[in-house]
Design a protein around this ligand. Structure first.
Ligand SMILES: *Cc1c(COP(=O)(O)O)cnc(C)c1O
Length: 367
């Protein structure tokens, strides 16, 4: 049996006619850059996230960068985040001119350990970016309390957590800003590059709307030095079609997670991802933890089961961030995650047969 790591084609086939009709409409209207189809999606996505505003941008990295800039993060500032994330979280901080300061994560959730934040705060700290990694919401209440106490902004990196919930609240809706990526493989994926910021802050929203469009509120009248970070009209239209399926797709992922877990819970060499008691996990990634990860991955490869590693090197040990001088051992939990995580195939279109096959092969490997 073949179990690909990702299958974007299956989903495309299921919604092909609807997506093509939406794309045709954009082309008939030649509304290619920003425009009404992006605006329509923004309205729906803001509603979906229980947020006042959604600002469509070029990608998730733009979303993080614009949030930092709109909240006034400047060169010389420090922003606290985690080292076990996709590098974009740190890059956005660097591109705002600030310095990423890492704190380690918790074993149980893979996410920011609130108990470690205060020790990392200095006079230069301006913001905290917790990452809802793999679709599991961060324990946000203690982070919000620390931010309030020290006068810091909180920007949620929700790029892997479309529709996830923390104590019944939508990921992205709780901080000063929430950032989303619609990279094709994400739970809500565009047919190209796209991203969005959600916020309840009117001022920050209008700053980001201007910034993404060369600092103009009116064409060719530039109130600030901005950038081009607009969302394509075609992506707005595709995302508008796909958004109404997101809840169902997330439910399918959650069901798949249960199916994997039911089979693998008896394998003592496998540590399964566990939904935190406060959370609705949306399993963007289903990452198990195992000691002999590379052998297991190779074995599964020979059986037709493709796996991934998210991420093999934590950000503080990436060559790009060598200048921070955080050596091996700086963030032991994040480093252990990087060494042990193995991401199993996870997407709505997976079948029970595929899940059963992949899980049984893991079981056999350890038998
Ligand atoms: C995907 C992702 C990003 C970046 O999004 P792009 O759309 O690829 O720029 C940022 N943070 C996390 C955690 C991500 O998974």
């Amino acid at each position: 049996m073949n179990v690909p790591f990702l299958d974007l084609k299956g989903q495309y086939k299921a919604i092909k006619d609807e997506v093509h009709a939406a794309m045709d409409e954009v082309m008939e209207n030649t509304a290619f850059a920003g425009g009404p189809f992006v605006a329509k999606f923004e309205q729906e996505f803001a509603k979906f996230c229980d947020s006042k505003h959604a600002i469509g941008v070029g990608n998730g990295t733009d979303a993080l960068w614009l949030s930092l800039i709109a909240l006034g993060i400047k060169p010389g500032d420090e922003v606290i985040t985690v080292p076990n994330t996709f590098i974009a979280t740190a890059e956005a901080i660097s591109f705002a001119g600030a310095k990423p300061v890492f704190v380690d994560v918790m074993e149980e959730t893979n996410n920011m350990n609130p108990a470690l934040i205060e020790a990392a705060i200095t006079k230069k700290t301006k913001a905290i970016i917790p990452v809802h990694l793999f679709g599991q919401p961060v324990d946000l209440d203690p982070i919000m309390a620390i931010a309030k106490k020290h006068g810091l902004f909180v920007i949620e990196d929700a790029c892997q957590a479309h529709g996830a919930e923390y104590k019944g609240k939508k990921a992205g809706s709780m901080g000063n800003a929430g950032c989303f990526s619609f990279y094709p493989g994400k739970n809500l994926g565009a047919y190209g590059e796209a991203g969005a910021v959600v916020t309840n802050d009117d001022e920050a929203a209008s700053q980001m709307r201007m910034f993404r469009d060369h600092g103009q509120a009116k064409k060719y009248y530039h109130g600030m030095i901005g950038w081009n970070a607009r969302m394509d009209g075609i992506q707005g239209a595709v995302l508008h079609v796909k958004l109404k399926y997101l809840q169902g797709w997330n439910d399918a992922r959650r069901k798949h997670a249960q199916e994997y877990s039911a089979i693998l819970s008896s394998v003592k060499d496998v540590i399964l991802p566990r939904q935190a008691e406060y959370a609705k996990h949306v399993y963007h990634i289903f990452a198990i933890r195992v000691k002999n990860r590379d052998e297991l991955m190779a074995h599964l490869g020979t059986k037709g089961v493709a796996c991934g590693i998210h991420y093999p090197v934590p950000v503080h040990l990436q060559e790009a961030y060598g200048f921070l001088n955080c050596g091996v051992g700086s963030f032991p939990v994040a480093e252990k995650c990087a060494a042990e995580y193995l991401s199993l195939p996870m997407y709505p279109e997976l079948t029970s047969e595929q899940i059963n096959y992949a899980a049984q092969e893991i079981k056999k490997f350890y038998a």
